[in-house]
Ligand binder design. Structure first.
Ligand SMILES: [Zn+2]
Ligand SMILES: [Zn+2]
Length: 213
């Protein structure tokens, strides 16, 4: 069982692919590099209909802008925290930062609104939804306890934290969220940008607290 990074070019967030009984994508990038991402996926010999869902760590255009491309190519359902579902459904341009990327966010159908404590069962992997506001109010992290894996979106990077000067950002909430993540047993850390690590992930969460705390 492995989490594969299949995207993260240019302005795109990292895009992770989890191949399990249910195949899941974590974040979709901007969509600007969709053809390359699709080619990367082809290496895994997946049929489009195999892809079950996209989980967005938050609403920003660099994470959710590509949702529509994936949905039309694979027929998968989009999942995002309930506080940000409306922004995708209504095609918000401001809080999603679509305008900042020189793009328009077209409305995206959301299949499931996620809440703190939800469990997303993929098979061997079960992802626990942790509501970790700070970078945005509806940011989530996903924790897989048996693999000690944390997917942290823009809440914590391997050497940094997400911006807190954006609409719905809250630096104090970010500090609380990071403290909460630091209490987890994290070996593997898969952030929304930059490199991921598969050893000593918790070290980077603690470093992130030092940076903002
Ligand atoms: Zn981002
Ligand atoms: Zn972001």
């Amino acid at each position: 069982m492995k989490i594969h990074q299949i995207g993260g070019m240019g302005f795109d967030s990292n895009i992770y692919l989890i191949i399990d009984e249910v195949i899941a994508l974590i974040d979709a990038g901007t969509g600007m590099n969709f053809e390359t991402v699709k080619r990367n996926m082809n290496k895994f010999n997946l049929k489009p209909s195999d892809v079950g869902l996209i989980i967005n760590t938050h609403c920003h255009y660099d994470h959710a802008g590509g949702d529509r491309d994936f949905v039309s190519a694979f027929g998968c359902g989009v999942e995002i925290h309930e506080l940000e579902a409306r922004l995708l459904r209504e095609g918000d341009q401001v809080i999603t930062l679509a305008g900042g990327f020189g793009r328009r966010l077209e409305p995206i159908e959301v299949a499931r609104e996620l809440y703190e404590g939800d469990r997303i069962k993929l098979g061997e992997f079960t992802l626990e939804v942790l509501h970790t506001p700070g970078h945005t109010s509806g940011s989530i992290s996903l924790y897989e306890p048996s693999h000690r894996a944390l997917i942290s979106g823009d809440t914590a990077f391997c050497g940094g934290v997400g911006r807190t000067d954006l609409p719905t950002s809250d630096i104090e909430a970010l500090v609380r969220s990071l403290r909460r993540l630091s209490a987890l047993d994290v070996e593997k850390l898969y952030p929304g940008h930059g490199s991921f690590v598969e050893r000593n992930g918790r070290r980077y969460v603690l470093e992130a607290i030092e940076l903002v705390g």
